[in-house]
Structures are given as C-alpha cells and as structure tokens.
Write a protein that binds this ligand. Sequence first.
Ligand SMILES: *Cc1c(COP(=O)(O)O)cnc(C)c1O
Length: 394
Amino acid sequence: MSTAPDAIYRPTFAEIDLDAYARNLAAIRQLLPPGSDVMAVLKADGYGHGAVELARVCEREQVPMLAVALFEEALEIRRGGVALPILTLGALTHDQVKRSLGDNFILGITGPESLRLVHQVATAEGKVIPIHLKLDSGMGRMGLAVDDLDLAAALLGDGRLDLQAIYTHYANASDPSDPFTTFQQQRFDEMRNILMRAGVSAPLHHSANSAATVRRLVAPGDMARVGLSLLGAEPLDAGTTRLEPVLRWATEIVRVKQLAANEAIGYGTTYRTSRPSRIATLPVGYADGYDRLLSNRGEVLIRGRRVPVVGRVSMDLVTVDVTDLPEVASGEPVVLLGRDGIVEISAEEHAEKTGTIPYEVFCRISARVPRVYRGGGAPLRIRSRFACFVSEVP
Ligand SMILES: *Cc1c(COP(=O)(O)O)cnc(C)c1O
C-alpha cells in the first residue's frame, strides 16, 4: 500500500510535522529564564524544512520575532503572509536596505560597511530604520570589532537608526567543556560597556543559539536565537538534549531483484553479494541529498528494521539488501531519515557517517524532494518544485 501523498509524484518525500515543531517550541520556552522568549531562526528555508510553513506556526504560537540569513528569505516569509518582525542576519545590499523600509524587517548590522550603508539610506529616505547591532565577541566573522565602536556611537547619535537590540554569536557553544563561550560572554559584556559609556544602549540583547539555549546560558530578558533545536536535532557535540524530530524522509521500494552469490551491485562494483540476495531499489539518490558517502554505509528502515545500503548511492537510486525481509516487495514503505515505530535513523547518524553536522544533512535534502506538511491545524499540503505540473493532470 502506498503512503506517498500524491500519485503524480515519485513516492519520495519529506514529511514535516508542524505540531512537533510547535511542541519543540513549547519545550524550548520552558528552558528560558523570566522575560526571555525565542527568536525562531528560519534561514536556508528553515534548514530545508520550509521557512514559510514554520513561520506560520511561529506566528500562531506568538513567537515575537523570526531571523533569516538572506534578505530574500525574509521577503519570502512575508510573501507567505506572515506579519512577524524578521531580523536579517547576513550582509545587505543598498537595494535590499531600501526595499526593507516599512515592512517590519529589522536589519542586522554586521559590520562598519552595513552600518554606514543603512545609516546613509535612512538619511536619504528620511526614515528611521530598525536595527540590531552585532558585535564580534570572538567568532571573527561578522559583527563590529572593538575598533568599530566609535563609528557606531557616531552614527547612532542622530536618531536615524532605531537600535532595538545588541547581539553576538558563539563559536563553540556546542562543546560545554570549551571555556571560549565564557570568554565570548565576557567580551560581549565589555563591548556593550564601551558602547554604554559612549551613550549607546539597547533595550534587548541576544547571544544564545540552540546549543547555548539548551545549556541555559540565556540571561533573563534576553532572546534565544534558536534554529536546530526546534527541528528536534541535537545541538551539542555529544549531547542528549534532542527534542522531537520534525522531519521524516521516506520513500518506497520500486523493485526487488533476486541476485545470485558473488554478483556486483552499482557503479564501481564496490559491493558483491556474499550469498543469494534480494536487492531492493529505492527511487532516491545524491541528487536528492542522500549523501554518496552513505554508499555501503547507510541504513534505512523497513518494517521497523534496519536494512543496509549496498553498493554506491547513485544520482537517482539507492540499493538496499532485503534478503532478511523475504516478505517485502515493490511498494513497501521505507524510512530514510526519521522514525519508524520505535526505531530511528537520525540526522546525527547520517552526519556522523558522512563527516558533517545535522544542519547540513537537513539543508542538503534538495528541492527535488517534495515537502509534505502535516498538522498545524490545516489539511495536508504538499510543496514541490514540480507543483506546476499537478494542475495539468485531469
Ligand atoms: C544559524 C544561526 C543561529 C541558530 O543556530 P542554531 O544552532 O540552529 O540554533 C543563531 N544565530 C545566528 C547568528 C545564526 O547564524
């Protein structure tokens, strides 16, 4: 029996449980001190989960603010009908700053260039632009350095910029044993004191990502900028703070083939059957974000059991050994990532096997994989880059 959402699509899809996202949000809020709340980070299309859909959950749950990396990501969420304030964390162009005016966007100021740019646009347009000012407390990447603080004091003096918050970002909060986070906290405090003495302060501060939030490093009244934990993945290098996985990536067997012992499978003939084998083909490959490093290493779930990937992962296909599951045939549901009963293949497991982090595992699930949304008080919805063809089917 098919579990695929719509027969026009290949039966490979990522199912997003919006109610699980809402439950994770509630669980993270429980960890926060008084006066604090979550700023939901939805960059890179909500780490591949779908920024607009997650933003709608945030709006319903009265999250006060969203954050994205790119200005166009903020526009996309706005086009999706979400009215919440959206902070942009990345670098900005002149046209983006102009386009941001009056649409409840908040511009993250990531360096002296963007500070000058935003101040210049505000002056030219006769507008007050809301900003959050980023300080570089040790990441060495974005944010004002100590030497830039004079410039900040000068440009913030004339009221053209509405400084709503000051923030920083931790480099290694995922490792609780690394004292660098404490060092960054101290440096952030010192830099804010320098600004304060120059007459610059903000009503709000934020520094914690998911890792710092689950470590309860959020100061009372600060916001917590949380992305990964809301998706139910593990933000700590070696932790068990994982909440409920929101995404389940699934497919179906499209054929089962009987092979004799000592037959080769796939490109490079990297696998040979050691016994008479039943090999199932799955309609998913590295073009979908199923990492080629899972060749001969990955596992999938069928009927609640782990089944090994055999041979190379190719662009569109994966082969798995179902010899020990004699009853399975074409049409059998397969879980690539997520839970099947009490068994789970986690994003951390894929990350470990492919030398990366769960963030990248999610981001790499490509646009070729339709996203199916369940929950959120709405009927099932599908988002696919092939959606343009659906209406052409009678
Ligand atoms: C991505 C990002 C976050 C969220 O990080 P998570 O680990 O996913 O919670 C927070 N702050 C900034 C500046 C980011 O770029």
